[in-house]
Design a protein around this ligand. Structure first.
Ligand code: FPP
Length: 253
């Protein structure tokens, strides 16, 4: 496939073929690990394990195609309500990913970031996250943001709390609070809003993911479960995106 640079009519993405547009910013709800495992006769965790391969493929391909920011929904605030065993196994996969993927991140010039609350994460996960973020901090290519212990409503509540504190301290006037004030207090304020939100396993929900940031995202729902999501499905999402006419609430043309 050609990777010739060009522009999406509306958002400045990289055009690689007539209907294949590489978005500047992509977010993914990686769903269907459990269903994939059940349908193959395995326990749920096997789906998460296999899903880690799809994470690697997606990160590498997005970086190589020139995506600027990729945000992956790896563990939601609501996922803390899952059985303890599944949580421990998911945390184990995250630990392993944060160590094993360092060479791949470095080779692909990817910078790692985290979005989410740190309070409930084990200290060793935080240490591995911090180490990998520090190791990759000078990489100038794609930014990979892992949403871990993340919730969109919680992110907005945290932003509102920090604004309330500044107003109470007298450093921010209530009249000065606008959209930029809120955007600047999100977990990763410098990441561009997603142009494309991909969800796998056919579900038509946003599940508390990036509620503020996806206001104008195009949504692509892939029928395949996340462990079966590979380059072909990613390219299909980018082709679907390339066919969209983005108006941002205005009149097109
Ligand atoms: C949703 O599938 C998926 C998750 C809750 C976790 C996603 C985790 C991974 C892909 C692996 C670890 C991540 C990284 C970054 C190393 P589900 O369990 O809700 O599936 P179901 O709806 O079919 O039950």
């Amino acid at each position: 496939m050609s990777k010739k640079a060009g522009s999406h009519p509306a958002d400045g993405g990289n055009r690689a073929a007539s209907d294949f547009v590489v978005p500047r910013s992509v977010a993914v709800i990686m769903d269907g690990n459990g269903r994939w495992a059940r349908s193959a006769g395995f326990e749920r965790i096997r789906g998460h394990e296999k899903g880690t391969d799809s994470v690697r493929t997606t990160v590498t391909e997005c970086a190589q195609l020139g995506v600027e920011a990729l945000t992956l929904y790896a563990f939601s605030e609501e996922n803390w309500e899952r059985p303890k065993r599944e949580i421990n196994l998911l945390m184990g996969l995250l630990r392993r990913f944060l160590v094993d993927e360092r060479p791949t991140l470095m080779q692909n010039n990817v910078r790692l970031l985290h979005a989410g609350r740190r309070q409930r994460l084990d200290s060793d996960i935080l240490r591995l996250l911090d180490e990998t973020m520090a190791l990759t901090a000078d990489n100038s290519g794609m930014r990979l943001c892992l949403a871990i212990s993340y919730g969109g409503r919680q992110e907005l509540a945290d932003a509102v709390r920090s604004i309330a504190r500044e107003v109470a301290a007298g450093s921010l006037a209530p009249e000065a609070v606008d959209e930029a004030t809120i955007s600047a207090r999100l977990y990763q304020p410098t990441l561009p809003d997603p142009d494309l939100l991909i969800r796998t396993a056919g579900e038509l929900r946003v599940s508390n993911f990036l509620l503020w940031q996806i206001s104008y995202a195009e949504i692509h729902v892939s029928p395949v479960c996340w462990p079966d999501f590979g380059k072909e499905q990613l390219h299909e999402a980018f082709r679907d995106y390339g066919r969209r006419v983005r108006k941002f609430g205005k009149v097109h043309g």
